[in-house]
Every structure is written in structure tokens, then in C-alpha cells.
Design a protein around this ligand. Structure first.
Ligand code: NDP
Length: 256
């Protein structure tokens, strides 16, 4: 049997891959054989990540990109196509969190989260669509969150929850539109994962970590690799019949 998880010869574009979960996704897909393009807000972490991928023996390209601007995403995709020739896999990973009570949430706090997490994901999907649909092949994996299905405790984060619920429904909507034309769209919904995002939360709000651990059946946070492996599956031919699925990887959080 051929190795359905082998990504040799594929090109994967990952947003927000300068650090955290995105960077681990880049490493994991590269280890599976893919060449990697990194679209990232911070050009220095982006080029550092690209250097690391080259060190693994794969081709890598980095481009500055702010996913909240449709034009910036379109330019990044055009630049990746020019330098790498094709995009087989898109991972919309860039995202932010804001912890504000709903009644105290400013216009800009709300819009930052919706623009980056939800609209940014749509801009990414839309930008690669003409290329993938014309080739009749492609796999898009959107990083949603368990927060798209449940309301987290104790942190108030209505904009974040709404943005991720939107990503899950966007994923299903695009999957239904494009499934018959060779382009698969799926999402991965992580539970609590140890990255800068959650580190910032637990160092500012010192009682949150214990609550999170207590509410997670496995009793601790996951690692970026736990998410990256789920992305790898959905990106690969092993998932050829998976379309519009939301793969929850949360240490059991949503089972309780
Ligand atoms: P981090 O904050 O550690 O990393 C986020 C990355 O996204 C950074 O590289 C950041 O760049 C980049 N980014 C932020 N805004 C933009 C933008 N406008 N344009 C381009 N890139 C941007 O977060 P995580 O790695 O933890 O999160 C990655 C994804 O996983 C997010 O979508 C998040 O919502 C989701 N997720 C995370 C969970 C967790 O527990 N950590 C749980 C569930 C989902 P820069 O360094 O320049 O700021």
C-alpha cells in the first residue's frame, strides 16, 4: 500500500507560521515531505521559520502577510505561486484572542478578532480557490477551536468564540461548494495548547490554568504537535473522503 500520509512534491502554504502551532505545522508537513511557504505578519520569525525548514532539506519561502487585509493575502498567494509554482495545501492558522467582557468590548477589540480569525480565513480560502479549482485539486485546513462549539470557562471571549464558530461553518460551506471540483476543506479545532497565546493568558490571569486543567479530562494542555498531526492527516490523501469535517483535538474537553 502506498503511504497515504506522504506529502513529497506537495507545496503547503501556512499562515501565522512564524511561531506556535503554525510553526509546528510547518515542521510536521515538511517532515512528511512537503515544501513550505510561510505567510506571516512578522517577517523576522517568518524568515527564521523558512531557514529551519530549509535545514530539513525542503524548499521554503516566506512572505510578509497581514491576513486581516484581503489585498495582503492575495499578494502573498500570488507571490507564493510565482516562487513555488503551485499550492497544494493551505493551512489558515493565523489567529488572535482577546479576553474582554462583552459589555466592555471595544469596537476595535471585536473587529480585530473577527477580521483576523474569521475574515482572514475566508480571504485565504478565496485567494487560493481559483488556482486549486483550476487544477481540480487541493486541501485546505482551517484552524478553528473547540471555542467554536462550546463557551470556555472562566475567560470572557465572545468575539473569539463567534469567530471560531464562523470558521467551522465557513469550512462546511466551502467544502460543500468545492467538494465536487477536487478541493477539500476541513478544520481542526484544538483545545488548550501550550503556546504564547495561552502562556500570556495564564501568566496574566493566574487562576485560569488550574480551571482549564480541571475541565480537561486528560488533565493538562496539549502541545502544538498534537494539532499539527491532525492537520497532517486532513492535508494528506489519507483524508480523501473527509470534507467539511471539524476534527476536535482537545484532550477530551468537549466530551464532558
Ligand atoms: P500564537 O499567538 O502563538 O501564534 C499566532 C501566530 O499568528 C503568530 O505567528 C502571529 O504572528 C500570527 N498572526 C497573528 N495575527 C496575524 C495577522 N493579522 N496576519 C498574519 N499572521 C498573524 O497562537 P497559537 O499558535 O496558539 O494559535 C494558532 C491558531 O490556533 C490560532 O488560530 C488560534 O486561535 C488557534 N487555537 C489556539 C489554541 C491554543 O490553546 N493555543 C486553542 C485553539 C485554537 P506574530 O508573531 O507576528 O504576532
Amino acid at each position: 500500500m502506498s503511504n497515504l500520509f506522504d506529502l513529497t512534491g506537495r507545496t503547503a502554504l501556512i499562515t501565522g507560521a512564524g511561531r506556535g502551532i503554525g510553526r509546528e505545522i510547518a515542521r510536521t508537513l515538511a517532515a512528511a515531505g512537503a515544501d513550505i511557504a510561510i505567510a506571516e505578519l512578522d517577517p523576522s520569525t517568518a524568515s527564521d521559520a523558512a531557514e529551519e525548514i530549509r535545514g530539513m532539506g525542503r524548499q521554503a519561502f516566506s512572505v510578509e502577510c497581514n491576513v486581516r487585509e484581503a489585498g495582503s493575502v492575495n499578494n502573498a498567494v500570488a507571490s507564493v505561486l510565482e516562487h513555488m509554482g503551485k499550492i497544494d495545501i493551505l493551512v489558515n492558522n493565523a489567529g488572535i484572542a482577546r479576553w474582554t467582557k462583552a459589555e466592555e468590548t471595544s469596537d476595535s477589540d471585536w473587529l480585530d478578532v473577527i477580521d483576523i480569525n474569521l475574515n482572514g480565513t475566508f480571504w485565504g480560502c478565496r485567494a487560493v480557490a481559483p488556482h486549486m479549482l483550476a487544477r481540480g485539486s487541493g486541501s485546505i485546513v482551517n484552524i478553528a477551536s473547540m471555542s467554536g462549539s462550546i463557551v470556555n470557562k472562566p475567560q470572557p471571549q465572545s468575539a473569539y468564540n463567534v469567530s471560531k464558530a464562523g470558521v467551522i461553518m465557513l469550512t462546511k460551506s466551502l467544502a460543500a461548494e468545492w467538494a465536487g471540483r477536487g478541493v477539500r476543506v476541513n478544520s481542526v479545532s484544538p483545545g488548550y495548547i501550550a503556546t504564547e497565546m495561552t502562556r500570556k493568558a495564564v501568566t496574566t490571569y493566574t487562576d485560569w490554568a488550574a480551571i482549564w486543567h480541571d475541565m480537561t479530562p486528560v488533565g493538562h494542555m496539549g502541545e502544538p504537535a498534537d494539532v499539527a498531526h491532525a492537520v497532517w492527516y486532513l492535508a494528506s490523501d489519507a483524508a480523501k473522503f473527509a470534507m467539511g469535517t471539524d476534527l476536535i483535538v482537545d484532550g477530551g474537553y468537549t466530551a464532558w
